[in-house]
Ligand binder design. Structure first.
Ligand SMILES: [Zn+2]
Length: 249
């Protein structure tokens, strides 16, 4: 078999002429074409490498230009985070991303705000099945502010940024009950404790546990103690405070 090899009809990769090759791997008709083809391929390779380097440098330059920037527009942040502008507006409005309004028509978001947002943002979680059920129960705005002890303005921000369904019943605004409850459950509000009859003010709380003001504030926020506003005073849930304090002993 070694000597009686059959030739293969091929087309020279350099000059395009047909020729008989004796090996499958032969690509050119002659030594001349072979050398030329090799040089051509080498040249092509050098050009390609140079082009890749240029492209990489160009990308790096854009990245550097962006990373040197101290702040971005809403539209730029939307591109950076891969979401729509409205989402960024909502995040800025609900203060999840700290934005700076520099004029009536221009809001900028500092690089630092974006970094902070990405660091503290809640990790991905599968929504509880309940949340995907059709909305059948509704709260009035007043019911929510009373139950969760928040101000109307804060509630409006939550409804907007979380896209919580709402509807009008005559003049009354109704808000999807299960969406609101899910939101506050995620915020650490414990629904298993239904009767929040006892509330304490900050001075009362500090006195009971002999705490400094900064220590008291950090305890209340770290443990997400429910609070409510009544007649201009802020009250904290005694049940929740005691629950945490007892656990710690
Ligand atoms: Zn040739």
């Amino acid at each position: 078999m070694t000597k009686a090899k059959q030739s293969i009809r091929k087309i020279c990769e350099y000059c395009g002429k047909e020729f008989d090759a004796w090996k499958i791997t032969t690509r050119c008709c002659s030594d001349y074409c072979n050398k030329r083809a090799y040089k051509q391929a080498k040249r092509k390779k050098i050009i390609e490498t140079a082009e890749t380097i240029t492209a990489n440098k160009r990308t790096e330059k854009v990245k550097t230009d962006m990373s040197n920037r101290k702040g971005f527009s809403i539209a730029e942040v939307a591109v950076l985070l891969g979401c729509c502008k409205q989402t960024i507006y909502n995040l800025a409005h609900s203060e999840k991303i700290k934005a700076i309004r520099i004029s009536r028509r221009m809001t900028i978001i500092p690089q630092k705000s974006i970094d902070e947002f990405l660091e503290v943002n809640t990790p991905y979680e599968i929504l509880p099945a309940q949340e995907r059920k059709p909305v059948s129960d509704w709260y009035t705005l007043l019911e929510i502010t009373e139950k969760y002890g928040i101000k109307y303005r804060r509630l409006r921000d939550i409804i907007n940024s979380e896209n919580i369904p709402e509807k009008k019943d005559g003049k009354i605004t109704l808000i999807a009950k299960n969406r609101i409850d899910t939101y506050f459950r995620k915020q650490g509000y414990d629904e298993t404790i239904q009767n929040l009859s006892e509330w304490v003010t900050l001075p009362e709380f500090r006195e009971q546990y002999s705490m400094t003001e900064p220590a008291a504030y950090s305890f209340l926020s770290e443990n997400r103690i429910p609070k409510k506003q009544r007649n201009g005073r802020r009250y904290y849930s005694k049940l929740h405070i005691d629950k945490v304090k007892n656990k710690g002993q």
